[in-house]
Design a protein around this ligand. Structure first.
Ligand code: ATP
Ligand code: ATP
Ligand code: MG
Ligand code: MG
Ligand code: MG
Ligand code: MG
Length: 304
């Protein structure tokens, strides 16, 4: 096709590749979810339907991009870690950032009726997102520790806050009561005043949600129906994790384990495949500690 004389403006689109080999994290966060959660009558402090919906939207991102190996979510945010060597979109920052945010947002809206069958969506929820690069495993470990520590701090505060509200205090009074308290004092308040042992609250609320690939060698998947059932079943059981939640999508065709053992894939088809097509290893949802070593030691492929 002949080029128009206007075509030169394309040159103003400057390349924005992310540094090779660095760990890529994309964090999505709901815009104005304080208001959104009020408007849609979220249960406080933790609406499980809303958390399940967030997890489903995160899974959609992982299904779209096989190179997203790990995701961690709490409240209205989700962080996605990409395989270190990923070449999705040639590592172009704006493509990656916008596609992940769009897939997440779109899935959140698409699956809304499934998780909130009795709550009409009153206006379109929106999310923003950012890309952050981390040079070494240490920073990645610290990044996810930071988010999970944040989950704990917020949940402890919110649990106290809403206990006080349900006890008849105004928001102002509850905030004042909690001002300057450390976590020991908050635990104490929950225990003596509200007969609640914080550690017995669901791990879902205390630890957030971690979605991880089980397959140490994520291999491409063909969308053609010739992957043998044996191979798919193998990959579904090869992980070391036990999912803590039952996935709400088990009846979905899209939730079937589609990851296949790579050795079954003809080299010719492998070569033809674009890096971001299809899904790779099965995805499991957990509510575990990801600050300490065991989680990472059991899954060396996450940082490989
Ligand atoms: P911003 O646009 O700056 O991100 P925001 O209103 O979204 O503002 P956040 O700091 O992101 O503020 O906090 C999200 C808020 O959404 C929480 O404080 C909480 O009120 C609400 N929220 C999110 N998820 C849930 C949930 N599962 N159950 C109850 N409330 C929730
Ligand atoms: P990519 O993901 O690389 O953008 P793409 O399939 O979206 O790939 P585009 O170059 O963006 O390719 O082209 C969008 C295509 O969508 C068009 O070529 C056309 O086939 C289809 N399309 C978009 N809008 C319409 C429309 N209003 N009516 C009919 N077809 C449309
Ligand atoms: Mg925000
Ligand atoms: Mg927000
Ligand atoms: Mg937030
Ligand atoms: Mg297009």
């Amino acid at each position: 096709m002949a080029k128009s004389r206007f075509e030169y403006v394309k040159n103003y689109e400057l390349p924005d590749p992310l540094m090779p080999n660095a760990h890529i994290v994309v964090r999505v966060d709901g815009r104005g979810f304080h208001k959104f959660s009020d408007a849609h009558n979220f249960e406080k402090p933790n609406d499980v339907r809303a958390l399940d919906l967030m997890n489903r939207a995160a899974k959609a991102v992982m299904e779209e991009f096989g190179d997203v190996v790990l995701a961690f979510g709490e409240s209205d945010e989700f962080s996605f870690l990409m395989r270190r060597q990923t070449n999705v979109y040639g590592r172009r920052r704006s493509k990656l950032n916008s596609a992940i945010c769009s897939i997440f947002t779109s899935a959140y809206v698409f699956y809304w009726p499934k998780y909130f069958p009795n709550n009409e969506l009153l206006y379109p929820p929106t999310f923003d997102s950012r890309v952050v690069l981390y040079p070494t495993d240490k920073e990645i470990r610290d990044y996810f520790s930071w988010r999970q520590a944040d989950t704990h701090i917020n949940n402890l505060y919110n649990t106290c806050f809403w206990a006080l509200i349900h006890d008849g205090l105004t928001a102002r009074e509850a905030n004042k009561e909690l001002q300057g308290t450390d976590s020991k004092q908050k635990n104490e308040m929950l225990f003596t005043r509200f007969k609640t042992n914080y550690n017995n609250l669901p791990a879902y609320f205390r630890k957030g949600s971690t979605l991880a690939r089980v397959d140490p060698n994520p291999m491409p998947v063909t969308l053609e129906p010739d992957v043998s059932d044996d191979v798919a079943a193998d990959s579904a059981t090869s992980g070391v994790q036990t999912p803590v939640t039952t996935d709400a999508d088990e009846d979905d065709a899209s939730a079937q384990p589609r990851g296949a053992g790579g050795s079954a894939m003809p080299a010719k088809r492998l070569a033809k495949r674009k890096p971001y097509e299809g899904t790779t290893g099965e995805i499991v949802t957990m509510h575990e500690d990801i600050i300490r070593n065991p989680f990472w030691r059991a899954r060396p492929w996450l940082l490989a």
